[in-house]
Design a protein around this ligand. Structure first.
Ligand code: CU
Length: 117
């Protein structure tokens, strides 16, 4: 008599649960409050030039200016209005200046200037 013992292999399925690796997601806020100095714009607005003529009576000054990037204007000599008559007291013909220009009431107006060495 032959007894065939068949051992049933018990397949134990081990459910291996990988402990969920806690992925620490650091929130990369794109906001950098105290970051790069994005205020170089103000400095870039300055144009350079040489005062050719000061007309205090008319409140104007003639400037041989370099390229005015803000106005897309090439270098030239032209008359500007002075935003403040006091500006005309600060300069004289021949002075080299740094200045800002704005179009006020349709007239190109020097809004700030300083004499450069
Ligand atoms: Cu011009």
């Amino acid at each position: 008599m032959k007894t065939m013992l068949r051992s049933t292999a018990l397949v134990v399925l081990l459910g291996l649960t990988v402990p969920g690796a806690v992925l620490a997601q650091t929130d990369h806020d794109s906001h950098h409050p105290a970051g790069s100095a994005a205020t170089a714009e103000a400095a870039a607005k300055y144009a350079e030039g040489t005062v050719k003529k000061v007309d205090k009576a008319a409140g104007k000054l003639t400037i041989a200016h370099g390229p005015l990037e803000t106005l897309a204007m090439p270098a030239m000599t032209m008359v500007f209005r002075a935003a403040d008559p006091a500006m005309l007291e600060q300069v004289k013909a021949g002075d080299k200046i740094r200045f800002t220009v704005d179009k006020i009431g349709g007239a190109l107006t020097v809004t700030a200037l300083e004499v450069t060495p």
